[in-house]
Design a protein around this ligand. Sequence first.
Ligand SMILES: Nc1ncnc2c1ncn2[C@@H]1O[C@H](COP(=O)(O)OP(=O)(O)OP(=O)(O)O)[C@@H](O)[C@H]1O
Ligand SMILES: [Mg+2]
Length: 641
Amino acid sequence: MAATPLDEHRDSHPDADVDEGRIDDLPDFSDFATHTWHAHDDKMSEVGFVTIARRLPALVGQAFRMAWEANPRDTVATIALNLLGGVFTAFGLLATTGVLEALFAAGPTPERVRAALPSLLLVGAAAVARSLFQAGAGWTQARLEPQVLRIAEKRLYGLTSQVELIRFDDSDFHDALQRVRTRGLSSADSVVGSAVDVLTALLSLVAAAGVLGVLHPVLLPLLVVAVLPDAWATVRGAKMQYATMLSLLPTYRRKWIVSELLADRETAAEVRSFTMRDFLLRVYDMVARLEQNVMMRLARRQTLTRLAGQSLGGVGTVLVYVALGLLLAAGSVPLAIAGTAVLAIRSGQGSLSNLLYAVNRLYESGLYFTDFIDFCAENEATTVVRGTGRPPDHFDRITVEDVTFTYPGKDTPALSGVSIHIDRGEVIALVGENGSGKTTLSKILAGLYAPAGGQVRWDDTDLAGVDPHLLRGRIAVIAQDHTRWPLTARHNITMGLEKGEEAVRNAAGVAGADEVIAELPRGYQTLLDRRFTDGQELSGGQWQRIAVARGFYRDAPFLICDEPTAALDARAEHALFERVRAHSDGRTVLLITHRLASVRHADRIYVLDHGKVVEQGTHEELITSNGIYADLYNLQARAYS
Ligand SMILES: Nc1ncnc2c1ncn2[C@@H]1O[C@H](COP(=O)(O)OP(=O)(O)OP(=O)(O)O)[C@@H](O)[C@H]1O
Ligand SMILES: [Mg+2]
């Protein structure tokens, strides 16, 4: 049996508590295996102090740049307020020494209290100032996070809607994109948040250490003794967490896939008609139980580690007090200073655990954030590969010359040496068997793919030098795999291009979309998505009528129709072809269809076979030459006679 993802993690993590007995019960789900979620496994597992420390500055730098881009003022404010908070923490601690000195001095109690008052006031003022600055820092930090997220989302989706269409046929691109969307994007704001948290904790730790250093140099090592056990326990706990998460990644993936199958609208019908419910629930339960057991065991081990850390921490604290006592007895440290030192050490302990927690979070989200940064950088660099020239407004002839095209990762070309031409006002048909390259050629003509070899010209203008975005504005496409946009019926036709009511109604009339819309409860304003309240669903053919209307609404001199009638009923199909044949709008039309009766009247027919043009001519010429076209045509005609 091929290694399933669960085998993988069993091997690589003998440490992980996986319930061995259950694994073999699981059905083989390796068909769902993707490696996306594994991207950071190695990095996660070798996580240690040194690795983290080495990556930290770069991460903080990236977080800072992102924050700066989102809002420079809030960024500066966050840092400045945190700094001030640290300063006043130190100041408050130092002022405490004054209080203690006065209290521990010789003399009657009321007098000592009076002497301590000015220092007490200072301590109070410092506490108020610190709280205010820290609250302010918290506010600006909270302001910063949503701004960062917005910037990150805008950058990502600006990019995904702009990269060359062909990138979407590349599986590596998909993996990277999926990773960025599921984890990378949400990590942008948490990276900034944790970077600030790291800064905050670091500053208070420095404040505590600085105070100890000022009070007496020998006190500094005491801080280290006091905080070390805690640091150890935290790092160990975090490593356990990572190792467990890592061992569970395949489990998560399975659970996620099965839960999608159980809860998605797309699969809901087949889950029922193939009575798959029991099977899926059984798989889900096995996987979920596995995860639950592992997590419960993790909780136990983490608690034990924490307990050990705290016991050691207790020993450390005792050591600190003993050392302080010895220093006091030897007279090298006055009582007031020892008192302040205890406070500073306690505050240092608190800051350290905050720091470790924040570093942990920063590191983890940093891994995914790096994905995001790399993805954006790489795709921004490769976006502008095509021309920037203005396309002609009109054409007399579109010429495709010797065009070659291969999809990424494929050995055989989808098109090889294809040459066709389309004159203004003509209706040109493209026919051929499934997979012969018709859609691919239409996408090249639509400016969606750039040919790998050969040329596409509008008169004398080579489209390679033309801005594809502008070119697409001159072309209307009724796509074979048209999208069912979750928008209103009106927007499904206008696609955001406003040309007035009459244009919408005219376009809707072409393939009978008007009849469909007339029956909708809110007419053109009906939302075409059943997942929303008041949303409506259409039948396959009704959707296709809308898609046809969408193509006709666009005022483009060149119209590409790829299987526009596959789902249409006979009447709607007839109406559409009548319209196309009558040249009623003076457009040039490229028509792709398997219904050969509809292409009889085309000005010229090209027959594609395995990516090559094998026949061309009018219907009569092709019938006479008795090739593939004649074969296919007669086959269909016989079925009707
Ligand atoms: N996105 C893609 N990635 C990789 N290969 C593809 C992709 N789209 C199509 N192909 C391959 O390219 C070839 C031509 O496909 P194309 O979609 O152009 O055929 P078609 O003539 O439109 O077929 P149909 O009549 O089924 O619509 C096929 O072998 C197909 O498997
Ligand atoms: Mg096709």
